[in-house]
Design a protein around this ligand. Structure first.
Ligand code: HEM
Ligand code: SF4
Length: 576
């Protein structure tokens, strides 16, 4: 290994705890038995992430409990591993039941990384949760923490053959890069203890990765999974409706820290084309190069994107070629033209029907998040009723929506009836609402600085009125809100991105494009909710008056000089 490419210095504490964890076991089992606290202690607090869970408490009640001298009401959020986001109706019914019986919010939360989360599971129910999932063939291994996480795949319901092949690769990549330790099986499924050694963890090693790592398989022209938010992307190249290989994009990522210019969102670089048989070797080589060269001293600069910028793209790529024993050939042409989900019915080439339903904020619950507007929806019951009769599968999208896929002609009417009655199909949802997205933020996310999911519905109501007033009814702007600059709602790939700064305060970024191939640029800082509406009003009025034919808002914002274009991520992003 080339040692001069390794960052020297005192290792971050997370490195110690991973190395000392005995391959992710820690003392989680002992902690589970400890009922004096509802939480996990010391290193286990972090280690449970590698088992798919975050320790949380409801921030709405934190101060009240503190006043009463009670410890926070600790619980966990669980994120399932679901490569490509596919769930069978039978699995759905078990997930639905668990959410009802054992989560404090009663919801199933579809996420921007194509999986679902349970929020608010108390310690005594955690083991049952993993066992319930295991009984339906689902686990939560490595969906958080410094590992390769859930592998995304464009759900593309139309081209069934390409999708099936791409999906199989997403599954294979996920399996290949999984931790091999038996810690998960031992702790949660009561399986026999078998020691894991360094030799058993050849890809990730005993200290795992320097930071989280995200992988996708994407089927152009849709960039629904947002390649530039991910460390490693396989862009499906097909020939005559058959997958022949992938262009490989490395080093995307959106997180940054307010005020720290050593952190920035960055687009992934194109390494070139590989044929199918090299997929796993290349995935492994990118991961192990990042494992060995990633910054283990400073976690803020530990992701692949910073490693690429530090060692140089050519050096990183050459190392991947060496380790995978391949040579990248020239990238094959493709184009990303869209990112949204096609809400409604589409017919696939296999003559099956597929219904994409819009789920605001991905929150599946029987009361809509837009309760104040008097809208009541029975999304969860509707999904349960559909799962009872559906013969195909469900596909979660990376836009927090859901596809009821593979419906036969004769079942279409029944499914449509349930979907309409429960609000899963709602013809009144505007294009603007369909183009809007938020991360979870309050009350569960411990890192939230401002509201996101709870703010979005009202924000969209107001934006709809503004667009209408400015003669833009039916038009839409990709609008995304995240509660902090970590960027889980992918605001840093939005035409208008709002990034939480403090309670009720957001920085506004403008200028991504429809295909998601441009990072937006800071426009104004510290806007309150009224300022945001004032800005969107004047910006959209200009867009209406001055745009070229069919010019999207983000493109207009750049062409008209409202913000300058971010071409080379860091330099243009910070203007120096
Ligand atoms: C340093 C960076 C990051 C940290 C520390 C972080 C941390 C977290 C935490 C604590 C949550 C739990 C929120 C909850 O459900 O209550 C969360 C949710 C989530 N994060 Fe991140 N995150 C980071 C960056 C990102 C990025 C860049 C993405 C994707 C591009 C992402 C994707 C998600 C997703 C999909 C969820 C689930 C909620 C949703 O759909 O919005 N995260 N993250
Ligand atoms: S962006 Fe920040 S506030 Fe939103 S879920 Fe991620 S970590 Fe939490």
């Amino acid at each position: 290994m080339t040692t001069e490419l390794i960052v020297k210095g005192k290792l971050a504490d997370n490195e110690r705890l991973k190395a000392e964890s005995n391959f992710l076991r820690g003392t989680i089992t002992e902690d589970l038995k400890n009922r004096i606290t509802g939480g996990f202690t010391t290193d286990n607090f972090h280690l449970i992430r590698l088992h798919g869970m975050y320790q949380q408490d409801d921030r709405d009640f934190r101060a009240e409990r503190q006043k009463q001298k009670l410890e926070p009401l600790h619980n966990v959020m669980l994120r399932a591993r679901l490569p490509g986001g596919i769930i069978t109706p039978k699995q759905w019914l078990a997930i639905d039941k668990f959410a009802d019986e054992y989560t404090s919010y009663g919801s199933i939360r579809l996420t921007t990384r194509q999986t679902f989360q349970f929020h608010g599971v108390l310690k005594p129910n955690i083991k049952l949760m993993h066992q319930t999932l295991n009984s339906i063939g689902i686990d939560a291994i490595a969906t958080a923490g410094d590992v390769n996480r859930n592998v995304l795949c464009t759900p593309n319901p139309i081209e069934s053959i390409v999708h099936q092949e791409a999906y199989e690769w997403a599954k294979k990549i996920s399996e290949h890069l999984l931790p091999k330790t038996r810690a998960y099986a031992e702790i949660w499924l009561d399986e026999e203890k078998v020691e894991t050694t360094e030799h058993d963890e050849p890809i990730l090693g005993s200290s795992y990765l320097p930071r989280k790592f995200k992988t996708t398989v994407v089927i152009p022209p849709s960039n629904d999974i947002d390649v530039h938010a991910n460390d490693l992307n396989f862009v499906a190249i097909s020939d005559n409706g058959k997958l022949v290989g992938f262009n490989v994009l490395v080093g995307g990522g959106l997180a940054m820290t307010h005020g720290d210019k050593s952190t920035y969102p960055r687009k992934a670089d194109d390494f070139g084309f590989i044929s199918l048989e090299h997929t796993l070797a290349v995935a492994e080589a990118v991961v192990t190069t990042q494992r060995d060269w990633g910054n283990r001293v400073n976690r803020k600069n530990a992701k692949t994107k910073y490693t690429l910028d530090r060692v140089g793209i050519d050096t990183f790529k050459a190392e991947v070629e060496k380790r995978a024993e391949i040579t990248f050939s020239e990238s094959r042409p493709y184009e990303f033209t869209e990112r949204g989900d096609r809400i409604g019915w589409v017919k696939g080439i296999d003559n099956k029907h597929h219904l994409t339903v819009f789920i605001e904020n991905g929150r599946i619950l029987d009361t809509s998040s837009n309760e104040k507007a008097g809208i009541s929806k029975a999304l969860k019951s509707g999904m349960r009723d559909i799962a009872k009769i559906h013969q195909g599968d469900f596909r979660l999208t990376a836009n927090q929506n859901l596809i009821i896929a593979g419906v036969a002609e004769e079942d279409k009417a029944d499914i449509e009836k349930i979907a309409r009655e429960s609000g899963l199909i709602d013809d009144n949802v505007s294009n603007q609402r369909k183009s809007s997205m938020a991360c979870v933020a309050f009350p569960t996310c411990p890192l939230a600085m401002a509201e996101a999911e709870r703010y979005l519905p009202k924000l969209v109501d107001d934006v709809e009125i503004i667009l209408d007033k400015n003669g833009l009814a039916g038009e839409s702007i990709i609008l995304r809100v995240t509660g902090c600059p970590n960027g889980c709602g992918r605001a840093m790939l939005a035409e208008i991105g709002l990034v939480g700064k403090g309670p009720g305060k957001y920085n506004m970024y403008l200028g991504s494009n429809l295909g998601g191939t441009r990072i937006p640029k800071l426009y104004k800082e510290n806007l309150n909710e009224q300022d945001i509406l004032t800005e969107i009003d004047s910006l959209s009025a200009r867009w209406a008056a001055e745009r070229n034919q069919d010019e999207a808002f983000g493109d207009f914002a750049i062409r008209s000089g409202i913000v300058s274009e971010v071409k080379i991520s860091v330099r243009d992003f910070y203007d120096d």
